[in-house]
Design a protein around this ligand. Sequence first.
Ligand code: SAM
Ligand code: SF4
Length: 334
Amino acid sequence: MRDSHGRTIDYLRISLTDRCNLRCIYCMPEEGVHALSHDDILTLEEIERLVRIAADMGITRVRLTGGEPLVRRGATDLIRALKGIPGIESVALTTNGILLPRMASELAEAGLSRVNISLDTLDPEQYRAITRCGSFEDAMAGIDAALEAGFSPVKLNAVIVRSLNQDVLSFARMSIDRPLHVRFIEYMPVGESAGSCGCGWGKEDVIPSDELRAMIDEQAEAAGLGRLRPASKHRPSGWGPARYFEFENAQGTVGFISPLSRHFCSECNRLRLTADGKIRPCLFSDDEFDVRAALRSGGSDDAVRTVLYEALGAKPDEHHDKVGTRRGMSQIGG
Ligand code: SAM
Ligand code: SF4
């Protein structure tokens, strides 16, 4: 599948649910979250049918996200089903890790290809402050469980917010002793509160990746670790838009994802599916295409295909520094 800007689109990010067992300050309000009703969200069978059609059109990789994808009942069965679809080479998961100690081995057995775990701090108190309700011990146990279950690679995603003052060196250090790939993500202006006050996004809270890398280098040198150097390890496909570095003799890598300071729109290869069945051509655009209606009206595969092609045709060339979106990250599927 090619979009109107000549980009090959072969990757679909699927939000399984807008619900979550955490309430991260940069993602969701603490209270008053209006959750989608049961009837609004796509059934697992509808998701599977959509992926089958999308695979036929050229989608080869899917990632399950949310909200927290592992709180959706049947997530493991869906992974097994998606893995069995001809043309689907990889089924990945982005999770906060809280449920991994319970679920990692069944996910591996179901054929999950890779896992990204979101964790923004190694300080238990700060973890609780950021997630508003999470247990740091559970998240760390999730990382252990992912490694024990044999997932490779295991990537850790950290959103860095200037005013939170996270200890970034401790984080980067996690890449040294175990095969963990730590990735620092620029804080993005998604959701209605972006650009306003409170815990909403503000430009001053973004640390551009180059500045962050310089900070880590300075602290690492002072700690005797040396500076980060471009990663030498072989990168299999699916490593996405991060730029990777490593410490000497490290088992893992340190990556930087820079949607704002060095956006990767020209390499964008994805469409998104929201939990309520809208195809979203771009994270930063409010344009959505209703594939649920096509899936539910007893419509043919052609009707579903038409919606996918419409969404493809609407992919913007880039996000043009847009600030704020009608729906938040947990609703869109980050
Ligand atoms: N609950 C799962 C998790 O936390 O990994 C999956 C959904 S979450 C919305 C997906 C990713 O989006 C997480 O890595 C999270 O840190 C990131 N995210 C949420 N809000 C963000 C923001 N405003 N800027 C950058 N990343 C954000
Ligand atoms: Fe939940 Fe993930 Fe959003 Fe945190 S970032 S509130 S874990 S959906």
